[in-house]
Design a binder for this molecule. Structure first.
Ligand SMILES: NC(=O)c1ccc[n+]([C@@H]2O[C@H](COP(=O)([O-])OP(=O)(O)OC[C@H]3O[C@@H](n4cnc5c(N)ncnc54)[C@H](OP(=O)(O)O)[C@@H]3O)[C@@H](O)[C@H]2O)c1
Length: 200
């Protein structure tokens, strides 16, 4: 399959790339590196990416961020930033991608444990992840041409404990390769409308 991977050089994206590369033709995109440049916060940038890349069999997103701050310090702009990046960035990859993904193709989005569990400073992430997971279920029943869509929803990665360990005290981490294997399941399997939760 020809797979468009967004965010290929991050913790998650590099593991997803390693898992897919042996069997698939990868096209990579991010803001600073990759075959194509894209900023998923900008719909015009997404349009230019799809124009340049052409037809693909799968879109796999391993990008998207949201600010972590105490609730009382979060501004309206913080919520807008998280919505524009992790939430609407990925929704727009799907909305525009419908015209560029082959019949029987798939979208795999990244969400996270904060859709179902709460931590201090995680309100924007919880909002984005929960909304995305609802969107995945809704989009699955309307995608044309037997296109499929799933979300990978991991807890904190073992490889990210140095950066996020204090935010997730006592949470059992998952190795990033487990999340990468779940992308393979989503892309090569037949399931759709699923939220693949890793960790609790
Ligand atoms: N880290 C964790 O423990 C964890 C757990 C559960 C879920 N997640 C989710 O997994 C995803 C990836 O996390 P990570 O730890 O792998 O992050 P990371 O190491 O910071 O990597 C992010 C990747 O996405 C690209 N990227 C970032 N913003 C982008 C944008 N606006 N447009 C296009 N590309 C963009 C980056 O490349 P450029 O800088 O070149 O754009 C980079 O390749 C995030 O959505 C995160 O919320 C992470």
């Amino acid at each position: 399959m020809r797979v468009l991977l967004i965010g290929p050089h991050g913790r998650l994206g590099s593991a997803v790339g390693d898992a897919l590369a042996p069997r698939h033709d990868l096209v990579t995109a991010s803001r600073q590196a990759g075959d194509v440049t894209v900023d998923i916060r900008d719909p015009q940038s997404i349009a230019a990416m799809y124009e340049e890349v052409g037809r693909v069999d799968a879109v796999a997103c391993a990008a998207g961020g949201a600010p972590y701050k105490p609730l009382t310090e979060l501004t309206y702009e913080d919520f807008q930033a998280g919505a524009a990046d992790k939430l609407l960035g990925q929704v727009e990859l799907v909305r525009q991608g419908i015209a560029h993904v082959a019949d029987d193709g798939s979208f795999t989005l990244i969400t996270g444990i904060l859709a179902r569990r709460a931590v201090r400073t995680g309100a924007v992430s919880s909002l984005a992840n929960g909304a995305l997971e609802a969107f995945v279920k809704a989009a699955a029943i309307e995608l044309p041409g037997r296109q499929r869509i799933n979300a990978v929803s991991p807890t904190v990665f073992a490889e990210a404990l140095d950066a996020y360990g204090d935010v997730f005290p006592g949470f059992l981490p998952v190795p990033v390769r487990d999340a990468a294997a779940t992308y393979v399941r989503s892309i090569e399997g037949a399931e759709t409308g699923q939220v693949f939760a890793l960790g609790d």
